[in-house]
Design a protein around this ligand. Sequence first.
Ligand code: SAM
Length: 289
Amino acid sequence: MLDPTSPGAVRDLLQRHGFRIKKNLGQNFLIDGNIINKIIIAAELNSTDTVVEIGPGVGALTTRLAQKAERVIAIEIDRTVLPLLAETLDGLDNVTLVEADALKTDINRLVQDQTGTLAGGYKVVANLPYYITTPLIMHLLERHTAAQRIVVMVQEEVARRLCASPGTKDYGALTVTANYYAVVKTAFKVPRTVFLPRPEVDSAVVSMTVRKSPAVDVVNEQVFFALVRAAFQQRRKTLLNALVSMDKGLSRDRWLDILQQAGINPVRRGETLNLQEFARLADAYANLR
Ligand code: SAM
């Protein structure tokens, strides 16, 4: 069986198929079995798991996932990679390949259609295409409540943003959203040398354990996320000024009342608020506006 983690075997496979790597699709293939083992360990897979992989590429991660889990559903946008995958996945009968754009895929429904149930949940494990890392993470967290755990390789800078503390430059709407839905941890760092071709940045594997209910209770989720966006869109402004420009229908004094009710100093910058403070602010706004 072809070893899709061996650099020589991958080069040979690409050459035999005359495959041209598409940088615009974020095609950086993993060619290091140790890193793949570490991803498998971080995913804490067991033999009854359904795993969704985004972007199987030539199958380096897919083959190992298929050996550990009950079933793998792999979503790949590039149809020209499918003949190569057919070779590396030869003999594995628990992998379903779906040719689609993961960003436009309702993954809950896909799992339901393929397995007949969502009751056991599923895990997402992927070496993400870097040109759409943030939208893919948002898509997974916001729409796919049946996902239990998401273990993904991302650019190191995105891993820092996902795990950042309030008040730091990496802290932003992505941090708040991810931590609202999941317990987020950086599992380990990955040097750029383990990919073919080499990307321009180092990477990290992040593990997100999806919470059964969000980290904070809010009266109105839309209001919560609108305030989060407003706070980070204008990072240099005080919270009061950022809020006044977000909802011009409310007077400055009204905003001061809302901030007072939430117990938040109006001269703070929005980027210093933690999740609980954003939640208090959202509830005070929902009550008093
Ligand atoms: N899993 C392989 C590995 O680890 O070697 C390949 C990872 S490579 C970083 C990203 C893969 O995602 C590529 O195969 C690429 O074609 C695919 N891809 C890019 N955009 C996609 C999208 N919107 N939906 C699904 N797959 C996508």
